[in-house]
Design a protein around this ligand. Structure first.
Ligand code: UDX
Length: 435
């Protein structure tokens, strides 16, 4: 089997590399010649733990290669995956499908023999129909099927999520395409991974329903955390107490500053738009979005309140900027609102993030001071704010933190420390929803 993976962004690069790890011949295609050049030298365009090693091993084994030549890659492929970006369209929140449709046109022109075209990008319901229409219009003679096969990769653990997934979802009405997809995922059959075969439209909807449900869980526990603070309860025990009920499940009940990243904010918005278009509004998801937006904005107020009502002229140390650990991704990160809020309130912000500072410099106000390590953010600061739960912040030397800060004050927006221990150490400690 041979695959052409169109797009070497996050999803395309991880998926292509992992398919080659399954023993399949994979050619990853991108228009960006510089990116392809760097990939050939094993320089990754994104930070993902373990990816460079896996790419190197599969290139070495002659199963994985990189090219800008879409035409030959597609002509030789049994399956062509579309893994290009689907950003939120400005103005209306709909997914912007122009890259997907442009890829469909180019693929159409290059098809050679029966080919399965797979949408891996997250695309709204009925996009597969449109991809099929575009290809059929350009190549009425071509033999092909269009299949939906959404990704469920989490940044930071994407390789494991691909190689050992909870499930694979494949949407197609064609028996011929189904056979090809079964071949591609043969390795997962061997480890008894559940494979859900369904219609193409259902598969497209599963992806959005999954992500919006997870976003709902997070907004739910965040609101419960706020209530815990008011009534003197502990949100971690609430999450455990409800999560042990198998119907609820214990994952995605960790409270924090609000969800960010490349998927949840974009996908919740896009599904709400689709639902409006079909006159079937999703009022719960609309509220989830509103709750999350408000939450991200209100986090700076927590810091201001902890500092006695004003941070004007004060230094604040912010640790962690990415939307979660083990990534350099800053997209829709809560840190963007938090840092802007603190600077707006007159604070000087000193910050450190192990991987995200390059991206952060493009997005955060120019006044932000970037430091070389966590401790360098602290001297003379009124407060330390934990925004992203990188392991190195969990393991920080708290005695040293205390001596460096102007006041022994920590606002922990990820609950990485234990309230009782922090009190014992003499910190004024603010958690999310814990007593
Ligand atoms: C998500 C989905 O998990 C994945 O299946 C999909 O394919 C892409 O989107 P990702 O965006 O990489 O993956 O990150 P994820 O680990 O799901 O976290 C998303 C956001 O939710 C982060 O900002 C994280 O901090 C937040 N989160 C997650 C919480 O605040 N609490 C939780 O309990 C879990």
């Amino acid at each position: 089997m041979r695959i052409a993976m169109i797009g070497t962004g996050y999803v395309g690069l991880v998926s292509g590399t992992c398919f080659s790890e399954f023993g399949i011949q994979v050619v990853c295609v991108d228009k960006d010649a510089r990116k392809i050049d760097l990939l050939r030298q094993n320089v990754m365009p994104i930070y993902e733990p373990g990816l460079d090693e896996l790419v190197a091993a599969n290139v070495e084994a002659n199963r994985l290669s990189f090219t800008t030549d879409l035409k030959s890659a597609v002509a030789e492929a049994d399956a062509v995956f579309i893994a290009v970006g689907t950003p939120s369209r400005r103005g209306d929140g709909h997914a912007d499908l122009s890259y997907v449709y442009a890829a469909a046109e180019e693929i159409a022109d290059a098809l050679n023999g029966y080919t399965v075209i797979v949408t891996k990008s997250t695309v709204p319901v009925s996009t597969g129909d449109e991809v099929e229409r575009i290809i059929r219009a350009r190549r009425p003679d071509a033999e092909f099927d269009v299949v939906s096969n959404p990704e469920f990769l989490r940044e930071g653990s994407a390789i494991n999520d691909f190689l050992r997934p909870d499930r694979v979802v494949i949407g197609t009405e064609s028996e011929r395409a189904r056979k090809v997809m079964k071949q591609l995922y043969r390795v997962l059959y061997l480890i008894e991974t559940p494979i859900v075969f369904t219609s193409r439209r259902t598969s497209e909807l599963i992806k959005y329903a999954g992500n919006t449900f997870l976003a709902t869980k997070i907004s739910f526990i965040n609101e419960i955390a706020d209530l815990c603070e008011k009534v003197g309860a502990d949100v971690h025990d609430v999450a455990k107490g409800i999560g042990l009920d198998g119907r609820i499940g214990k994952k995605f009940l960790h409270p924090g500053p609000g969800y960010g990243g490349s998927c949840f904010p974009k996908d919740t918005l896009a599904l709400v738009q689709t639902a409006r278009d079909f006159n079937s509004p999703l009022s719960i998801i609309e509220q989830v979005i509103a709750v999350n937006d408000r939450r991200k904005k209100s986090m700076a107020d927590r810091v201001v309140a902890a500092c006695g009502g004003s941070v004007s002229g004060k230094a604040i140390a912010v640790l962690g900027l990415t939307f979660k650990p083990n990534t350099d991704d800053m997209r829709d990160s809560p840190s963007i609102d938090i840092v802007a809020g603190l600077i707006g309130a007159g604070a000087t912000v000193r910050t450190f993030d192990p991987e995200g500072m390059g991206e952060a410099k493009k997005l955060l106000p120019s006044q932000v001071i970037y430091c070389d390590d966590a401790y360098a953010t602290l001297p003379g600061a009124e407060c330390l704010v934990i925004v992203t739960e990188w392991n190195e912040f969990r393991a920080i030397d708290l005695d040293r933190v205390k001596t460096l800060l102007a006041a022994p004050r920590i606002v922990d927006l990820r609950n990485v420390y234990e309230p009782a221990e922090m009190q014992e150490l003499g910190f004024e400690y603010y958690s999310i929803g814990r007593v």
